[in-house]
Design a protein around this ligand. Structure first.
Ligand code: ZN
Length: 320
């Protein structure tokens, strides 16, 4: 079974590029059929302000509840995640004794609703705060308690972009992985994938580095050390990381065959909504650069392994 672990439905256009097409539910299913993909994880959009440009605000039925409810109509093809901004959950007026040590934000009510609605993970988190911000640690830890893996967009430090930010070497991600050791954490995006290579400059965390990888990076160290870290190869960032150095990429996919997830992050309909990831993985398999087992794990088996709630739900459905 092939699962695209990273898709969106909705209007993600920018005012500068209104010629592109939003992704519709029907368009997504059509693309899956065309590419030979069995199922897609849909990550709801319009949750954090940084990941929205104007057009999303004017999209009918674009709110979170509409996305979750529509996903139910496509249960045989769509695996749905919930989404929430870690900054949500105002603590209100504090008691005098809480001022020095405010309590953590409590997401349990929200996570329970998501579970009731059939969501089997949370993401994509795009708030532009630190990866180890206490509010992020709180959300991720609680997701672990509810058996919900969390997928996040990672960027470099500074203002103006979207995604949780980290410094060179991913020290903040390491703190999060330690603090939320019971949570499956799925990383993605330039701030994450640039770290496949060592000794990078901070600028590389915002772009799509190319060229041979001369030294192993922090990402590799963290994947070896923390079993709760997973890597989503979607978008240009993930694709570049595994293809910029073919031999290194094939070695990476083989070493971390149990922790890499195939995804596309298609954001637009039509021709703009085609990504090279699956074709590239198929080519690697045909050239014997990765084994059929590695291909099967990355393109579907790993997803089913970490989506325990989905697997349990699927078994329940079969019994009926
Ligand atoms: Zn995305």
């Amino acid at each position: 079974m092939i699962i695209d672990f990273h898709t969106h439905v909705g209007d993600l256009r920018t005012p500068e590029r209104m010629d592109r097409l939003p992704v519709t539910w029907e368009g997504l299913i059509e693309r899956l059929d065309e590419e030979g993909i069995d199922k897609a994880v849909v990550l709801p959009t319009r949750v954090s302000p940084e990941s929205m440009r104007g057009p999303a605000l004017f999209q009918p039925q674009g709110d979170l509840l509409s996305q979750l409810e529509t996903a139910r109509k496509y249960q045989d093809r769509i695996i749905i995640f919930g989404n929430v901004d870690p900054r949500m959950g105002c603590l209100g007026n504090l008691e005098p004794h809480q001022v020095a040590n405010p309590p953590e934000t409590d997401f349990s009510w929200v996570l329970e609703r998501f579970r009731e609605m059939g969501c089997v993970g949370i993401g994509e988190i795009t708030a532009n705060i630190a990866v180890d911000d206490p509010r992020v640690v709180s959300l991720f830890s609680q997701c672990g308690e509810y058996e919900l893996p969390v997928l996040f967009h990672c960027t470099g430090p500074g203002r103006g972009v979207y995604g949780l930010y980290d410094d060179v070497g991913l020290p903040r991600l390491e703190r999060l992985l330690q603090a939320a050791a019971g949570t499956t954490v799925i990383g993605h995006a330039p701030g994450f994938w640039a770290e496949i290579e060592g000794d990078i400059t901070v600028e590389k965390k915002f772009v799509y580095p190319t060229g041979p990888i001369r030294k192993e990076g922090a990402l590799i160290r963290l994947l070896r050390r923390y079993p709760n870290l997973y890597a989503d190869i979607s978008a240009n960032s993930g694709f570049n990381a595994i293809s910029r150095d073919r031999d290194f990429g094939a070695g990476f996919l083989t070493e971390f065959q149990d922790r890499v997830l195939f995804g596309t992050d298609v954001c637009f309909g039509g021709a703009d909504g085609r990504m090279p990831h699956l074709g590239y993985l198929r080519a690697l398999r045909e050239e014997n650069r990765i084994t059929p087992e590695v291909f099967a794990k990355i393109t579907g088996e790993n997803a089913l392994k970490i989506l325990k709630l989905y697997s349990a739900g699927a078994k329940e459905r079969r019994k009926v």
